[in-house]
Design a binder for this molecule. Structure first.
Ligand code: DGY
Length: 327
């Protein structure tokens, strides 16, 4: 048992036990100024790092000479310096697929909640303000039969599109770097450019990863092109949207509402104007946060780490070129 692993957040005893059978494990339930030195100390000897919401910079990498594998318990890895890791020959593994359906469920929950004003009206009842007939000022919008625009038709985008087309008879438009002929056949989805998608969609759902190309992809110009009744759904990363422009668009009635699971800064500030708007449904980044899915993500991350540290091919690697160089 000579290899050492640092485990940060999101691992329960069962997963830690699997790691402890094979490695020495230094475990950190949270990271902060109090245990920063202990974390750096552990990283100096670590061969593997596993956890959620990992942050790692060049300085910490310099302090981690033995590090061979980072196994993030997330599909997204925009918080990690991929090129730097690849250059240093450090393998990065993530957890795709196991969270696809759950994250799409979250997207659809936001579509339903915003269109039918679920949060706002549930609150009205709880506050004891259901005093008579609900009339026009409190009516919502239909979801079924509407146009659903998907920006980024990857696994999660496709799963949202499937729910819309097959469950709610929605007409799906999508913008994506490559066409998806199988989804076009299955769902009648139509690929179009971003301008068309924005102009035609009743719901615009963002499901692209955050990269330098997608940073603030949706800003003032995009909001001007959307229908005034359209609802923006963001289940990817907050920084894909220019949040100040979103606030302006909502204030000026350029769009009808927003369902947001992610924000530019997380946790979102309690002073954000978004939180004062009744036509905004805000969630605390819970795309994949169910018992079943988080357990599946943790297991996949554990499997990836064990395989990779044992010199085998992991189930899901981001920078496979690191592996290829070694095999
Ligand atoms: C992911 O896996 O990237 C989700 O956003 C949850 O963190």
């Amino acid at each position: 048992m000579n290899k050492r692993v640092v485990a940060v957040r999101r691992l329960d005893e069962n997963h830690l036990a699997q790691l402890r059978q094979l490695f020495h494990v230094d475990c950190f339930d949270s990271l902060g100024p109090d245990n920063e030195q202990a974390y750096i100390q552990a990283m100096r000897r670590a061969h593997g790092l596993i956890g959620g919401k990992l942050t790692i910079n060049r300085q910490l990498l310099d302090e981690s000479p033995h590090l061979k594998v980072i196994s993030t318990i997330s599909v997204g890895y925009d918080n990690l310096p991929l090129d730097e890791l690849t250059q240093r020959g450090i393998l990065l593994c993530n957890t795709p697929d196991v969270l696809t359906e759950t994250t799409a469920d979250t997207g659809f929950a936001l579509i339903m909640a915003t269109a039918r004003r679920v949060v706002e009206l549930a609150e009205l009842v709880k506050q004891g303000n259901w005093l008579g007939h609900i009339d026009k000022p409190l009516f919502g919008l239909d979801v079924h039969g509407k146009v659903l625009g998907i920006i980024g038709m990857g696994r999660i985008g496709a799963a949202v599109a499937r729910r819309g087309a097959l469950g709610f008879g929605m007409r799906v438009r999508y913008s994506n770097s490559s066409p998806k002929p199988a989804l076009e056949t299955e769902l009648g989805a139509q690929r179009c450019d971003m301008d068309e998608l924005l102009a035609q969609s009743d719901f615009v759902c963002i499901s692209v990863p955050l990269t330098t190309e997608t940073h603030q992809l949706i800003g003032a110009e995009a909001f001007r092109k959307m229908k005034s009744s359209a609802i923006l759904i963001n289940i990817s990363r907050g920084k894909v949207v220019d949040e100040a422009a979103l606030i302006d668009a909502l204030n000026e009635g350029q769009i009808g509402g927003a369902g947001l699971d992610v924000f530019e800064e997380e946790p979102v500030s309690r002073d954000s104007p978004l939180l004062q708007m009744t036509n905004v449904v805000a969630l605390p980044h819970i795309g994949s946060a169910t018992h079943e899915t988080r357990a599946a993500m943790a297991q996949l991350a554990v499997d990836n780490l064990i395989l990779a540290l044992q010199g085998e091919w992991p189930k899901s690697a981001v920078n496979e070129q690191v592996l290829a160089a070694k095999h």
